[in-house]
Design a protein around this ligand. Sequence first.
Ligand code: SF4
Length: 405
Amino acid sequence: MLYRGLLGDSDVTLSLQPHWLTLGFDERLVVSWDRAGRLYSLYRDEHTFRRGFNGRVLEKWQDADGERHWDTLETADAHALADDAARLAARVHEALPTPRWSWQGDTPGERLGELVAALASAAAFTGAASARDAARFAEIYSTVGILPPDQYLSIVVQATEGCSFNTCTFCALYGGRYRVKSVEEFEPHLDAVRTWLGPSAGLRDRGLFLGAANALAVPMARLVPAFDAIGRVFPDARGVSAFVDGFTGLRKTAGDYHELAARGLRRVYVGLESGHDALLAFVEKPATRAEAVATVRALREAGVRVGVIVMIGLGGHAYAGAHVEDTITALHDMALGEHDLLYFSDLVEEPGTSYPALASARRIRPLIATERRAQRHAITDGLRRRAGDRSLPRMATYDVREFVY
Ligand code: SF4
C-alpha cells in the first residue's frame, strides 16, 4: 500500500509492503526498514547507506564525473544514522492518526493498525538497538565474508566457518581458522537464525546460502545430514546455494551433486578467477583450469546451475594475454548455459594481503580502468566467438566493494 500526506512542510510518502516499510520525505530522503523493523537502507543527499545485519553501514555515492565511491561508516556514525532514521519513523508514527495528516491517496482504513505497528518497530530501531542487534548477530554467525551479488537477499546459514584454504594471496575475506560444524551444532544454529531473523526473513526471498567460503568441501557423510537439517528447519526455502572451489569440488562426483540437488542444492558458485594455470599458481589459488572445468561439468551434469567468477586485472600486465586466452578456453570448456551465471570481478588490492607486495616484487604493473574494461571485453568476445550458436550464460559485474549482508 502506498500513501502520500503532508507532515509539517514535508511531502511524505509511506509504502507498506509485505516485507518492508519505506518512508520518503520530499523525495530527497528515503528510508527503508524490513518488517522486523531493522533499518535496511537510507538515501539522502545523493548518498545511499546500506546497513548489514552485523551493524556495518556501507555508504555509496557517485562523484561529478560519474565515478563510484564506497566507504564504511565509523561505528558512531552508523549509530547516528540509525538514530536519525528512528526519529523520522517516530515523527510519522506520532502524526499518523491525527487530523494533521492529510491523505492524498486512499486512507489506511483497516490497515492503519498494521502501519502504526510497522512505524513503531522502525522508531524503536535506534543506534543502541542496532548495536544490540549486531551483537546478537555475532553470537549466531561467524564472518559472512562475501556473497555473489544475486545472493545478497538470501538467508545465510553456516555449516562451516572460514575458508578451508586461506592461501589465495589476493584474499582478505577469512582470517580465522576453518571449522566444520557437527550436525548437532548446525541444527541449533539454523533454529537460532530462523528465530533471530523473524519477519526479516520475508525480505530474504532468494533461498538459503550455505556458508562459509567453501562449504561444499565438507565430505558427503557430513554434508547430507546438514542438508537434511536445513530441510527440517527451513522446509519452505527456495533452494540452497553455496561456493565451491575447483579443487575440492572435484572430490565430489556428479552423483554426489545429484544427491545434494535432490535435497535442495540449486546453484553453486565457482571462483575460477583465471583459466591460466601459471597465474593461479602465482596467486596460490589451489586449483587448476582442468579441475575447475571438471567441477563445473559435474555440477551441470547433476542439473545444478553454476555461477563462475572471473577476476579482471589479476596478474596485471604480466599475465594479461595468457589470462584472457586461457580463461576463454576454460569458460568454453565449461559449456555454461543460459541458466548459468558468469561474473566479472575486478581485482581489489586489499591492504593486509600479500598480493600487492608479490606483484610489485615481480614488477607487475596493475591494469588501469580502461585496460580492465578491455580485458573483460576480450574475454566475452572470445567466448562468444568460440560458442558459435550455443547459448551463453548471463553475464554481470561482481563488485566486492558493494557487498553487505
Ligand atoms: S579466494 Fe576463496 S578459496 Fe581463496 S582464500 Fe579466499 S575464500 Fe579461500
